[in-house]
Design a protein around this ligand. Sequence first.
Ligand code: 5GP
Length: 216
Amino acid sequence: MDSSKWIDVTTEKNHYSLDHFVIPTHYEEDVSSILIPHGVIMDRVDKLARLIVEEATGPLVVCCILKGGHQYFADLVNAVKKLTNKDGKTIPLSLEFIRVKSYKNDKSEGVTMSITDEECNEFKGKNLLIVEDIIDTGATMVQLLKKLETFSPKSVKVTSLLIKKTPKSNGYIPDYVGFSIPDEFVVGYALDYNEYFRDLDHICVISEHGKKAYAV
Ligand code: 5GP
């Protein structure tokens, strides 16, 4: 993967000990290490916002992919709002929230979206910015983009805070990526495990204890 596009935190030395940062006591046994401290996430979000504003050619429809993407979306939109492009102009934003579920059956792969085709027709001729929390295999995003293209937007760009380094990847790479992470299950900063860990600020690797404690 092209490491100049993101911060690589895939190696063992990138894991911080739980002793080095504050985490909620109720999760102390449920995560094995801290991969990205909250402060680093916030500083990276500022930079991604700057890149997005520099390359924006007009108003943006910023689409939050629920639920995991909501914290990144909120912090990114906040940062973008404060910035101006090369001409000293702020970027007009409108916000959209889409819950996406991917499916696979024996004939096809696809996604279902929580917004109707009628609502999607509003995307025609607009510049879309899709905000996702994590790309794992890439399957969900590839299918989502295929579907969105049918509504004739002017442009579609994608930002994902995280991309997983995994042999299961279909090769899809978003336009703006925060960090590449190892092939492990991460939680925190709104990324959940069965709805838990949304109240954890740092991005952490879940422990075996955590997987068992919150299994359904
Ligand atoms: P993909 O279609 O790229 O394989 O899957 C993307 C979705 O899988 C993400 O939007 C996210 O909901 C979920 N996912 C993949 N890896 C992780 C992970 O490490 N942690 C969490 N919390 N969700 C993940």
